[in-house]
Design a protein. Structure first.
Length: 177
């Protein structure tokens, strides 16, 4: 059977693009094989956040969102990931109610920013998506006072980077009197 010249050229170009098959000794080391000396995200639990603190955080988050003309849902949970306070701004996306709560719970349960899960997924560690209650997008942050976890805050309604900005603005007021 005769092949056309274009078919032969196409086969040569495909083979050149693919390159030689990978050998076992060419593979990169798996970064997940690294064993850290210390336990990551080892934040001790503190007393759960009080309602007045949670309300103040929500007010600060909403003030930041209003300043930027963003419509947000804001949730605050205690150190056990139980909802303490929630507020939905007028016109904020309905679907983001549950997302804000989920982000806050994930940040408290796992004692880390939800951005850490986003980074893991972007780095190819898709196994984190198999863990219950993970939220692999920004906008969920743990609430830490005096080195102890008192809860988590989650914002949703904008892009995940907008959600994160609003959460961080609220946290910046946590120690302020």
């Amino acid at each position: 059977m005769r092949r056309s010249m274009s078919a032969v050229c196409a086969a040569i170009l495909i083979a050149a693009a693919l390159g030689p098959p990978a050998r076992a000794d060419d593979q990169k080391p798996n970064p997940l094989d690294n064993v850290p000396d210390k336990m990551p995200f080892d934040i001790p639990y503190g007393a759960p956040i009080a309602l007045d603190q949670a309300t103040a955080l929500i007010e600060a988050a909403i003030a930041e969102a209003k300043r930027r003309d963003w419509k947000m849902n804001v949730a605050v949970v205690d150190s056990g990931a139980n909802l303490v306070a929630f507020q939905r701004m007028d016109g904020a996306q309905i679907a983001s109610v549950a997302i804000a709560e989920h982000k806050a719970r994930a940040a408290a349960k796992f004692r880390r920013e939800t951005k850490a899960f986003e980074a893991a997924v972007q780095g190819g560690n898709l196994a984190v998506l198999t863990v219950d209650d993970v939220m692999a997008v920004r906008g969920g942050l743990p609430l830490v006072v005096d080195g102890k976890l008192i809860g988590g805050i989650g914002c949703s309604g904008g892009t995940s980077s907008q959600d994160e900005v609003v959460c961080k603005a609220a946290i910046a007021t946590l120690g302020a009197k």
